[in-house]
Design a protein around this ligand. Sequence first.
Ligand code: FAD
Length: 393
Amino acid sequence: MLIVGGGITGLLIALKLYKDHQLTVIDIGPDPRFNVHTFGATYSGLDARHISFTETDPWTSTDRIETIMTSSVDKGWLCIPKKDLTDFEKKWILKFQETARNELIHKFNTSEVIELNKRGILEWEKLGKEYDFLKPISYESVMPIICRNREDLIGEYDFESSLDKRSRIYKNMILPNSLKPLLQRQEELGNLGYFTVYGKAYSIKTICNKLIDFLKSEGVSFLWNKSYSNIPTDTIVWASGVSLEASNLLEKFSILLGGVIGCWIAMDNPGITQACKIYAGEPVNYINITPEGSNLYLSGGYGFVGVRPYGEAVKMAQPIIEYMTEEVKKWFPGSKIKNKAFCVRPSTPTGVPVLIKHKLNKIPIIFAVGHCAGGFTQAPYTAERVKSLMEET
Ligand SMILES: Cc1cc2nc3c(=O)[nH]c(=O)nc-3n(C[C@H](O)[C@H](O)[C@H](O)COP(=O)(O)OP(=O)(O)OC[C@H]3O[C@@H](n4cnc5c(N)ncnc54)[C@H](O)[C@@H]3O)c2cc1C
């Protein structure tokens, strides 16, 4: 069996299937254990991810009908100059806007994606019990979310709390000691308070490197620097991220896989000891904050980059990283920025990931792609669903 894509989705699918199948994983990028790998969302960012019920939800809210076509220079999501949009990119954007115009579909998609996030969290908890190297960074499961104004605090909390009774709002309350460096900013905001969701933080790259070691030791083969071509196999599981090759093939099955870039900043940790999130405006949106010893990893920002190669996408995303840097400096004015990075989220225009079985040149193929901003959260449940689909074959 061939698994195309050795990111978090492909690796967890391999972990689910290796006992019953002879597996080869192929990936267009180099072995990430020894090289810089910039071909997917799993490896090209920094070594941190959160799991939470709303880690991703469909981006197709009505206010984004305009935002998706507004240039990132003007705080929109469009990183590509309008005149340079390819037919594929126009198609992706049209589908996005069409979905955003239909509130019923958007609502339906939202509950579907939240359910995937919830199932993913349960599966991560099971994996952590089974494998030592699949545990979170810390066992803290309360993730505070800090907002910039009262409207955001109430609006965002209402959404979260309607999904999970473990969410809680702390109006006019001082932030916990674990977030002390943010106290001054909280005072400037007029001590709004914050809310919490159930969530945990993980080191994605460390986990993937250990998964590759483990799977190799169990007999799984890996082919790096290799794009899919007609390799003889009984079954294909397609778990690729965004690349021109992948998107061309997927389009033949009416799957539109495009890239939405996000940014990372690593800075000196001023004393944060608990993972948390800050809710900022477009195009930064939620900033995920993960402390790891003397480092603080921050991620956020959204910009549509189509299927542009990584280097081109990063250049196009400059306005997004500038807004993100500005926002981060407001919250951590004294911390030195050590590093910036990017990754391209593999995204469907509807925000709902694809899990579907087809045939390619008479070979059964299962597509498991397009997990947007929640691919880490959902990966173990995606793997579980792929296994069920295989059993139906
Ligand atoms: C800034 C940022 C922050 C994020 N934070 C979170 C978070 O906190 N929580 C969360 O759940 N998610 C988060 N995400 C999203 C998450 O990182 C992705 O959804 C996830 O990594 C996708 O994994 P994947 O394996 O499906 O795809 P990818 O990792 O994108 O791709 C898998 C592999 O496919 C390969 N590939 C592509 N084309 C081909 C081809 N033709 N042939 C062979 N191989 C190919 C690539 O080389 C790549 O290694 C974040 C994303 C960004 C950008």
